[in-house]
Design a protein around this ligand. Structure first.
Ligand code: PMV
Length: 381
């Protein structure tokens, strides 16, 4: 007897950045953050969670390979979910004792994990929602977001679609540090994103150690969390609710820049942007300058990849400007015919592919299963 459930979960890209932990074990942040959830058509993790009295150990297969579940963060997530299931079982004798069985979890991304896109956010959001579905937990999305947060901070925001806030909370146990919806996808469905995957040989500083270093050493960081983020958090929420693209975009770019500034202000300094990233910043600056209004917003996480937000109304202006320099790389799909024929071409190097996507929904239950009748992955190596 195998019980199973499958869920897909999205990637989210912050427009107001989370950077800094006040509690490393619980992933409690030093500031609140805001993100946009991206469409699962282009970027998503599909996870099947299964359980059976016949399974001998908890096991995870990620993109066809066995991965360890034995990390403190994953263990914290599994513990919380089993506790919630156990509480249900203790109140209702008729329920199968799933909390006592081992889990087989199979997970696949529809995009290259190595591209340095926020795969851990989609991964933990899919893991938590698939097990919650398997256990039939009545838990709210915000409560599940607190479990996902323990896996990877930014993962808590992937439990919702549209525009999402992670409220930092003040409690020491993290019970008020959760994700909430600012506005659903339907509020502003015309928001689009172009991702420029930037080639990079060097290994970036992992986000956890980078954050710890910044918290310990950057003076600018103190100013940021005390004086800048609280104000920006309210302004950005308002810009989203009013669908005020220029305001939303300017705040997004300023916040990305300030996040990279506190990285540079850390000691020793941390760099995530490379020359290609900086060239893209200038390109977007020029695009907005030429348009005489802000029609595109760049943002960069803990790596050199650029995410450029724009409204569909300005798609042809924004994509033509990007196509001019990066039209030779993969990923333009149907947009190629439209932007390829117009204007000059001036090929720039440094970008390996583009991903054209849009705003999307939160986790979705699916009938597509990744496990076979034996409780093993269908596509294992
Ligand atoms: O939760 P992590 O460890 O993936 O940290 C994410 C940090 C940033 O991506 C740089 C910012 C953010 O808010 O997502």
């Amino acid at each position: 007897m195998i019980y199973q459930a499958s869920v897909t979960a999205p990637v989210n890209i912050a427009t107001l950045k989370y950077w800094g932990k006040r509690d490393k074990d619980l992933n409690l942040p030093t500031n609140s953050s805001i993100s946009v959830t991206l469409s699962q058509n282009d970027l998503r993790t599909l996870t099947t969670a299964s359980t059976s009295p016949d399974f001998a150990t908890d096991q995870l297969w990620l993109n066809g390979k066995i991965e360890s579940l034995d990390t403190p963060r994953t263990q914290a997530c599994l513990y919380d979910l089993r506790q919630l299931r156990q509480q249900m079982e203790s109140k209702d004798d008729t329920l199968p004792k799933l909390s006592q069985y081992k889990l087989h979890i199979v997970s696949e991304n529809n995009f290259p994990t190595a591209a340095g896109l926020a795969s851990s956010a989609a991964g933990f959001a899919a893991l938590i929602s698939a097990i919650a579905q398997l256990y039939n937990l009545p838990t709210s999305w915000s409560d599940l977001s607190k479990i996902a947060r323990k896996g990877s901070g930014s993962a808590c925001r992937s439990l919702f679609g549209g525009f999402v806030a992670w409220e930092m909370g003040t409690l020491a146990n993290g019970e008020d540090s959760q994700a909430v919806e600012v506005a659903p996808l339907s509020h502003w469905p015309s928001l689009k994103a172009a991702i420029l995957v930037v080639s990079d040989d060097k290994k970036d500083t992992p986000s956890t150690s980078g954050m710890q270093l910044t918290v310990r050493t950057s003076e600018l960081f103190k100013y940021r969390v005390e004086n800048v983020v609280p104000r920006r958090f309210d302004q950005m929420k308002q810009a989203i609710l009013e669908k005020d693209f220029p305001q939303f975009a300017n705040l997004t770019m300023q916040d990305s820049n300030q996040f990279h500034a506190v990285c540079l202000d850390s000691w020793p300094p941390i760099f995530y942007l490379n020359d290609t990233s900086k060239r893209i910043i200038k390109l977007v600056e020029k695009l907005n300058h030429d348009a005489q209004k802000t029609i595109a917003a760049y943002t960069f996480d803990a790596g050199p990849n650029a995410v450029i937000y724009y409204d569909e109304a300005n798609e042809s202006q924004v994509l033509s400007a990007l196509y001019k320099h990066y039209g030779h790389v993969d990923g333009w799909k149907g947009a190629k015919e439209e932007y390829g024929s117009s204007g000059e071409v001036d090929k720039w190097s440094g970008v390996s592919r583009v991903i054209l996507t849009s705003i999307g929904v939160g986790p979705q239950v699916t009938s597509e299963s990744l496990i076979n009748e034996a409780g093993l992955p269908k596509n294992a190596e």
